[in-house]
Design a protein around this ligand. Structure first.
Ligand code: CP
Length: 338
């Protein structure tokens, strides 16, 4: 049997994504199910989390299962991922053993492993989650690496709830870069383009300069998605032009890929674009757009208090939906071993 993972939404058909969203909506109406009765999920966090950890642990519990949370290098042994490495450094065990041993204990494995932010050519290989998927004999779920597919589902679910339909074609969608004092992961931005184009929206990537355009892998995949689903994708560096007439504004900050590992050179560029903050004046240019963000969000840096506290903000709905969509993903993947 070919093992099915949830590493990227690109591996799942539109009909399968719609089915996950329908199941998530059912879980939102009635929270309890028994799809994980007698089953367990290991949640491996190489990076911090609030929403992901809480919603996965609670989701497993609500489905009758058990979640085991591990932080390798902190409360679990540091792991080696390289092939053929002479392991005389920090790592105490190899992913070949970790993934296979965990697979004997649990029915699902979730992995959060951000880029190391030193060399994008290395980080874009997504080596940690790919190694888990290679060695595990149970399904692996991406809890955010260089994409964030669970956030994608929660985002499109929140948009569908707002617009009253999963047919989002014709909606003008703006993914806007915003300032942040640190260079952040591009995962949510990559994911926003993938899912917005998958659902046929007319997508504008608004960023200060061409250096902030995302990895060509995700730009090209999103262009293909747009072509297949009746939408479009363009890059824009003009704030007013991007916001005018928009139906959705999604904000995220990220570090410019050409400066990976040379962040001291990128910082003055980033610092010059603090005015990309989402504020009432920009939202007033839109066609009554909804605003969202994956959270966590620094208020009055990425978006103003007024935007965050406005009825247009659906970030809390999106965060809630993480619970429901992840239950749908866990239930669908757990069925394989049933
Ligand atoms: N959006 C999101 O993944 O939140 P956490 O980093 O808190 O898990």
């Amino acid at each position: 049997m070919n093992l099915r993972h949830f590493l990227t939404t690109q591996d799942w058909s539109r009909a399968e994504l719609d089915a996950l969203l329908a199941q998530a909506a059912a879980f939102k109406r009635a929270r309890i199910g028994r799809q994980l009765e007698g089953k367990a999920i290991a949640l491996l966090f190489f990076n911090s989390s609030m929403r992901t950890r809480t919603s996965f642990e609670l989701g497993a519990h609500q489905l009758g299962g058990k979640a085991i949370v591990l932080a390798p290098g902190k409360d679990a042994w540091p792991i080696e991922f390289g092939d053929g490495t002479v392991m005389d450094g920090e790592a105490e065990e190899h992913i070949a053993e970790v993934a296979r041993v965990l697979s004997r204990y649990v029915d699902l494995i979730g992995v959060r492993a951000f880029p190391k932010f030193r060399d994008w050519a290395v980080d874009r290989e997504d080596a940690v989650i790919r190694a888990f998927a290679r060695y595990a004999t149970v399904p692996v779920i991406n809890m955010e690496t260089i994409t964030h597919p669970c956030q994608e589902l929660a985002h499109v679910m929140a948009l569908s709830e707002h617009f009253g339909t999963t047919d989002l074609r014709g909606k003008k969608y703006v993914l806007t870069w915003t300032y942040h004092p640190k260079p952040l992961n591009t995962a949510v931005a990559n994911s926003a383009l993938l899912i917005a184009t998958r659902y046929g929206m007319d997508v504008t990537l608004l960023c200060p300069t061409p250096e902030y355009v995302l990895d060509q892998r995700y730009m090209e995949a999103s262009r293909r998605n747009a072509a297949e689903n009746g939408g479009s994708l363009r890059v824009c560096h003009d704030i007013e032009e991007a916001y005018r007439g928009a139906h959705v504004v999604y904000a995220k900050s990220w570090g410019a890929l050409p400066y990976f590992g040379r962040w001291e050179q990128e910082k003055p560029i980033r610092d010059a674009y603090r005015h990309f903050i989402v504020d009432e004046a920009k939202m007033a240019l839109t066609d009554h757009a909804v605003f969202s963000h994956c959270l966590p969000l620094r208020r009055n840096v990425k978006a103003t208090d007024a935007v965050m506290d406005s009825p247009a903000c659906i970030a809390i709905d999106e965060a809630e939906n993480r619970l429901h969509v992840q239950k749908a993903v866990m239930a669908a993947l757990a069925e394989q071993g049933a």
